[in-house]
Each structure stands twice: as structure tokens, then as C-alpha cells.
Design a protein around this ligand. Sequence first.
Ligand code: FAD
Length: 327
Amino acid sequence: MKKIWVFAEYVNCTLDRVALELLTKAKELAAGLSGETEVAAVLLGSRARSACKVLAEYGAEKIYLAESEELGLYNPMLYAPIITNLVKREDPDIFLFGATAIGSELGPTVAAQLKTGVAAHCVDLRINEKEQLVANVPSFGGKILGEILCPDTRPQMASVKPGIFVQGEPEEKEPNIIEEDVRGIKTEGLPLKAITLEKKEIVGVPLEKAEIVFCGGYGLGCKENWEKLEKLATMLGGAAACTRPVVDEGWAPGEHVMVGTSGKSIRPKAYVGFGISGATHHICGMKDSGLIISINKDDKAAVFEVSDAGAAADLNKVLDQLIAKLS
Ligand SMILES: Cc1cc2nc3c(=O)[nH]c(=O)nc-3n(C[C@H](O)[C@H](O)[C@H](O)COP(=O)(O)OP(=O)(O)OC[C@H]3O[C@@H](n4cnc5c(N)ncnc54)[C@H](O)[C@@H]3O)c2cc1C
């Protein structure tokens, strides 16, 4: 029997939605494999049992559960060996992780321990005619979509950002829990210790939940224009977002507002982009928005190819006029 596994990230008593998105995708991948294929989830944490039912309802036929107080705070030095041993015992063919802060560290750590590879920050996954996992990753500055295969070692591993895949509909199911014996694990003596978890309070509408997103690119040119974008977003009850260079320049507050393959994937009802060229790395994170409107002074900018409406205009004027109109 073939096996597809999904790492179910569980932090602060909350299951990350990417696990449910990946389970939905795993079921689709399973349909592309011949013979019987089992989809399973791997869940580590303290008091994590309650998450098993949700995982089952989204397609996990089995849930490998490692539950202990010591696993309450994520620590790669505790998590990775448990998962590695589980993989060595059960031998899954495919293992998927969310490309979150935790998954982006844990996936490659487990892969290195197993001497296999990980395709990181994938934007799509499929099974080819040889029944291998094909992982699509933007390459060469986002100009092409590379296909990554792992033909010689198992499991074939991949990480995918939250929001890339859509989570399916849950079906009423009772979980089939395979409990791992982790009574012996100890945090003492580990060179890395997780001390506490601090949650950053997000001001305004969270980017993933906003119905309208105003996104700024390098064309913004300065921090003042980013602040205008935030003002505009607040005025319309939306959220402000940006491309990679805007974070690098220090105009935006951080990567939590960045959209793209290494940022967030969003699907607002409306996305309005200012001074964005249309690199694949960014487009991957916003292409599924309802209505896409772009403002760029270059009428040949690639972003117009994915836009429903656009204006070849100077964003400085458009921003000021919009704010004046709404004030
Ligand atoms: C591994 C990797 C991962 C990456 N991940 C991401 C990611 O997650 N998200 C992301 O966004 N990028 C990511 N990038 C970077 C990405 O490849 C592009 O470099 C980036 O998206 C370009 O941002 P931009 O469109 O804002 O800037 P630019 O490409 O520099 O475009 C700026 C645009 O602004 C226009 N402009 C300038 N002045 C004005 C004006 N006054 N009025 C109107 N228009 C104006 C210009 O015509 C131009 O089209 C990644 C790159 C790599 C290598």
C-alpha cells in the first residue's frame, strides 16, 4: 500500500489550516496513484488529541499522534527525531509540510536525517505517469516554473505555503489514532530550548481575511507611500500588503504583510496593486483574487496580463486622489 503523509502543525492549541489544505491535496494525489493509497497525518503537541477529529474529517485515514507536555512548544530537536523514526518505521512515499516558519525548518531537518530531498515553497503538486511526485517551484527570479522530482529516495517531500491549495469540505468521520509512545522524551540537556510562545497582536484586518487588499510594490518608492497605502486600506476596511522589495527596503513592517511564494497566498474579493511589475513569485500569491486592478506607469508591465482592470499611471497621483476622494 502507498502512503501519503501530511504534517499537521499544531501551535497554541490551534491546528494550522495548511494541514487541512494539504490533506485535501493529498487525497487528490492519492487518486493519481495506482492501487491502494493511504492518506495520514502526523500530529505532535501537548493536548493535541482534539485536533484528530478535524484531521480525520478532512481526509486523514490515520493520525500518528505524539502527545506530551514536552511537545507543547515546538522544538526541532524534539520534533525531528520523533518524525524521522516514524518515517523509518512506516516508510511513506510522499510527505507534505506547510511552508510555515515551523514547516520550513522541520521539513528539511527531517529530510536531512532521512537523506532525502525537499522541494520547498511549491506552488503546485501532481503525480506524473511514472507515479512520481512532481513539485512546481518558481525558479530563476520567478521567470519559469521549475519541476522538481525526487526519483531515487523516499519519502518524496515538499512544502507548500498556506493558501496555495483550497481546503475541501469536511466529512463526518471518527479518527483512527495511532499513538506514539513519547513518554521517554526529555528537554533537559538539549542545546536548544523553547521557553515561551509570544503572540504578536495584528493591528487592523488580518491580510488573509481582508475582502479588499491594497498591495504596494517597489514602485511605491518610499515609506510615505506605504503609509498612504495603509491609510487607504483602513479607510475601506481592507488590509495593506506588499512585494518582497518593499519589505527589504524597510517600508513595510515585515514579511507578515508580504504576498507571494515566500510570503502569503491571498484570495480577497478585490486586489489593487500599485507599482508592481508582475514577477511570478508575487503573482503566485495573489492570482486567485476575485478582481485584480493594477496601477503601473509602464503600460507593458507583466502584471497587466493577470489584471482584470488597470491604469498605466503614476501611483503617486492615484494614491493622493483616492485618499482625497474618500476623506
Ligand atoms: C526565491 C525567491 C522568492 C521570492 N519570493 C517573493 C515573494 O514571496 N513575494 C514577492 O513579491 N517577491 C518575491 N520575490 C521577488 C520577486 O522575484 C520580484 O523581484 C518582486 O516580486 C518584484 O517586486 P515589485 O514588482 O514590487 O518590484 P519591481 O519588479 O522592481 O517593479 C516595480 C514596478 O513599479 C513600477 N513603477 C515604478 N514607479 C512607479 C510609479 N511612480 N507609478 C506606477 N508604477 C511605478 C515599475 O514600472 C515596475 O513595473 C522572490 C524572489 C526569489 C528569488
